[in-house]
Design a binder for this molecule. Structure first.
Ligand code: ADP
Ligand code: CDP
Length: 417
């Protein structure tokens, strides 16, 4: 077994395992002694006695390969597994240890399906960076035990499965920085550079970057960013502001990346977020050039990149988000800071009405906003928590003209235009 896997398994008992059930993580741990705590963790309470469970944790040393494999694995399992396998997202982490998160899946095998599932798992483990554990119930039905799948045939080392306390932070928070949200151009570029061979388009994206960036340069004219969920009226307002103020209108991601956006939207979060992060720096350079001549209005910028990334990485209610004031809500030190960020807020029903009347849905994420109320609430709250500059909320429910007048009042007060 590779050295890093050996170390991982040796530290098994300091790890917590988390399985998502109805968007709420359930936690358990493993202990070396076989008896002692006969209470099965609640994720096992619905499993039949004769069934087995399996966990698959992605353990690639290379994060780009690992994240892509984790992403594809869900589709592969969903297609190959028999119905009733109860496929769920799972992870394993060491509480409070940043970067310790491993992602994977948890599944059940019912008696009649066991040989099919075992064939799928054996094949997966032989060819891919995945560590498979199996879980079975003890003879007396008092305890669930975990053992490594590859050694389960001969003399397996069994660990007791025990309930674990809910950790202080949602597990995803441990790996968020530089996996979901990037705080420097260098970190985002590193990810894209690593993808050069598998996604040739990354070279063209990186080629759009300016040769040097100066985030400290103060633009001569104000730079105003308009943020908000899809269909809150950003396009309508930004176009009116451009006309009223004689401003230049820019957007992030910038127009020059539009040919490659769809390609990156199909990639796992690590790569997709790195693409949008780099997009902000390209827009920043365009802002620098234009703001020496006129005010600049920007349709989406850093708040969108960070808020959607943070809200997607965690699951469940708003209370699972990193706490207010946490490091993830800071502004990247090397990214141009706008003079004002206006966040358009809208009642969910009115937003849906505008979406319907516009007649098209966009990214999977935007579609998810409609179906998943908790996701929408997390995005909105993440928007509010991001600072440096923090956004100023503006009620977007009045008529387009009234929203424009209110926005102009805010801009005049803050930017002396
Ligand atoms: N203040 C407003 N009142 C009513 N409808 C609006 C208002 N602002 C925008 N709309 C309409 O709502 C839809 C979404 O607006 P749009 O500007 O495209 O939003 P976004 O750019 O945020 O996705 C469009 O059909 C637009 O005409
Ligand atoms: N600066 C940006 C802009 C968009 N995005 C992503 O792009 C999606 C929204 O794009 P969209 O095309 O629906 O945006 P609009 O049409 O509302 O401007 C979100 O899901 C974000 O994840 C980003 O990450 N950073």
């Amino acid at each position: 077994m590779a050295r890093h896997l050996k170390l991982l398994v040796q530290r098994w008992s300091s790890r917590v395992f988390s399985v998502e059930v109805d968007a709420a993580p359930r936690y358990f741990g493993v202990r070396e002694q076989l008896r002692g705590e006969p209470v099965p963790p609640d994720v096992f309470s619905e499993v039949q006695k004769q069934d087995r469970c399996y966990s698959l944790l992605v353990c690639s040393g290379d994060r780009v390969t690992g994240d892509r494999f984790h992403w594809e694995l869900r589709d592969r399992l969903q297609t190959q597994l028999p119905p009733g396998s109860g496929l769920r997202s799972m992870s394993s982490f060491i509480p409070d240890q940043k970067g310790s998160l491993l992602k994977g899946y948890f599944l059940q095998s019912q008696a009649g399906n066991s040989s099919l599932i075992e064939d799928i798992l054996t094949d997966l483990e032989q060819r891919n960076p995945v560590l498979v554990c199996s879980y079975s119930q003890s003879e007396d039905g008092q305890q669930w035990t975990q053992c490594l799948w590859y050694q389960s045939e001969e003399n397996p080392v069994r660990f007791c499965v025990v309930p674990s306390e809910t950790p202080k932070h949602h597990p995803s928070v441990l790996n968020m920085i530089n996996s979901d949200v990037f705080y420097s151009l260098e970190e985002a570029c590193d990810v894209l550079k690593q993808c050069g061979d598998i996604i040739p388009e990354t070279r063209s994206v990186l080629g759009m970057l300016p040769s040097s960036l100066d985030a400290r340069r103060k633009p001569d004219f104000p730079v105003i960013v308009i943020e908000g969920l899809d269909a809150t009226g950003k396009t309508t307002l930004t176009e009116s502001l451009r006309d009223s103020l004689g401003a230049t209108l820019l957007r992030s991601p910038p127009q020059c990346l539009s040919a490659w956006r769809g390609r990156f939207d199909r990639e796992p979060p690590l790569i997709r977020r790195a693409f949008y992060a780099v997009g902000n720096y390209i827009t920043a350079e365009q802002i620098n050039q234009e703001a020496s001549k006129s005010p600049v209005i920007v349709d989406r910028f850093w708040h969108s990149t960070a808020a959607y990334a943070i809200a997607t990485a965690v699951t469940g209610p708003v209370s699972n988000l990193p706490h207010e004031g946490a490091e993830v809500y800071r502004w990247p030190g090397d990214l141009l800071q706008p003079s004002l960020v206006i966040l358009l807020t809208l009642d969910p029903e009115e937003r849906k009405r505008r979406l319907r009347s516009r007649g098209l849905m966009k990214t999977d994420e935007e579609e998810e906003l409609d179906h998943n109320k908790l996701f929408r609430l997390r995005v909105e709250e993440a928007y509010r928590r991001i600072g440096g500059p923090a956004c100023t909320a503006l009620d977007a429910s009045p008529s387009a003209d009234l929203v424009l007048q209110q926005a102009l009042l805010l801009i005049r007060a803050k930017c002396h235009l």
